[in-house]
Design a protein around this ligand. Structure first.
Ligand SMILES: C[S@@+](CC[C@H](N)C(=O)[O-])C[C@H]1O[C@@H](n2cnc3c(N)ncnc32)[C@H](O)[C@@H]1O
Length: 294
């Protein structure tokens, strides 16, 4: 497994974004990258789902950029035209269908709800549209993002957050307000096994999350334990909930919602219920996890 190496924090200055990468394996090494990103310079398309309108960076532009400037890991994945190289590239560049289910559910759940004291985390975010929705269309106080691959965060997730930054309207000509974004999001890359140690090493209750989101992350059965432990350790006790969106079964890889639900059931401190099901195309579900004592 890849060591948990990098925490990226979004710091916006003078209408540009500075992404700071803290190399965790060597705490004396602070590598600063300055990546000015302006909203109207990001190639994007409008995604409309019911009443939801979100901008999303065009996948072809991202793959084109990374095919030349990406790390060897990403270049290998792109040249092999594969969505998954276990432990190397975990599929975060593209937007998977269950994230759209999650988006729709979040829109229903958050309608008219004051979320100004709600902290949200999206694990295995990839393009991060559920988290992007929470940060741009609700009053959530904080939305943090985690992905296995650093380049997914810098080339897809952060651009999508910027594109939908909550300014006075949705025009791409408008400028992102730097301080508002910087205060509301951090971006973490690396393996789930190191996330909590990096994000909240003392397990401080006030730094835990009211809502943990994750979509299309249960496909690999051997990773389900560490994913569930990360979800549980990240959820605020006792009120926190997690929403796990996934296909009912992952052919060829072996993960399934039934197996993940059984894993949740084996922990007496947790409970779960299915809050969404679709049999249109491939069977898909959303599982809500909460503390048994809640
Ligand atoms: C199939 S992609 C789904 C991306 C996005 N959530 C979506 O639905 O569009 C799976 C995601 O799981 C994450 N992931 C897989 N294995 C991981 C691991 N061991 N540690 C951290 N993240 C992992 C990757 O970051 C990747 O983006």
């Amino acid at each position: 497994m890849k060591p948990y190496s990098i925490a990226a924090e979004l710091l916006l200055q003078d209408m540009t974004i500075t992404v700071s990468f803290l190399m965790m394996h060597n705490s004396s090494c602070l590598l600063e990258l300055t990546q000015p990103i302006r909203k109207n310079e990001i190639p994007c398309e409008l995604l409309t789902l019911g009443e939801i309108n979100l901008y999303k960076k065009v996948l072809e532009n991202t793959t084109y950029e990374l095919a030349t400037t990406g790390s060897q890991d990403i270049k290998t994945a792109l040249s092999n035209n594969t969505d998954l190289i276990p432990g190397v590239y975990e599929g975060g560049l593209k937007t998977w269908e269950c994230s759209l289910d999650l988006l729709m559910l979040l829109a229903q759940m958050s309608k008219g709800v004051d979320m100004s004291s709600t902290r949200v985390l999206e694990l295995g975010c990839g393009s991060g549209l559920p988290g992007v929705y929470m940060i741009s269309c609700t009053s959530a106080s904080r939305v943090d993002f985690q992905d296995y691959n650093e380049e997914v965060l810098t080339h897809v997730t952060i651009p999508n957050v910027v594109l939908n930054a909550p300014v006075s309207g949705k025009s791409l000509n408008e400028e992102v307000h730097p301080s508002a974004l910087a205060q509301r999001s951090s971006f973490y890359s690396g393996d789930w096994s190191g996330f909590v140690q990096l994000n909240n090493p003392n397990k401080a209750p006030e730094l835990k999350y009211d809502i943990v989101l994750t979509s299309e992350t249960i496909y690999e059965p051997s990773l389900n334990k560490v994913l569930l432990a990360t979800i549980k350790d990240s959820m605020a006790y006792p009120r926190g909930v997690a929403l796990v969106a996934a296909k009912s079964y992952y052919f060829g890889v072996g993960g399934s919602m039934t197996a993940f639900q059984s894993l949740v059931a084996s922990d007496p401190e947790l409970k779960s219920e299915t809050v969404y099901q679709s049999s249109e195309g491939v069977n898909r579900e959303i599982l809500q996890i909460s503390f048994a004592s809640a």
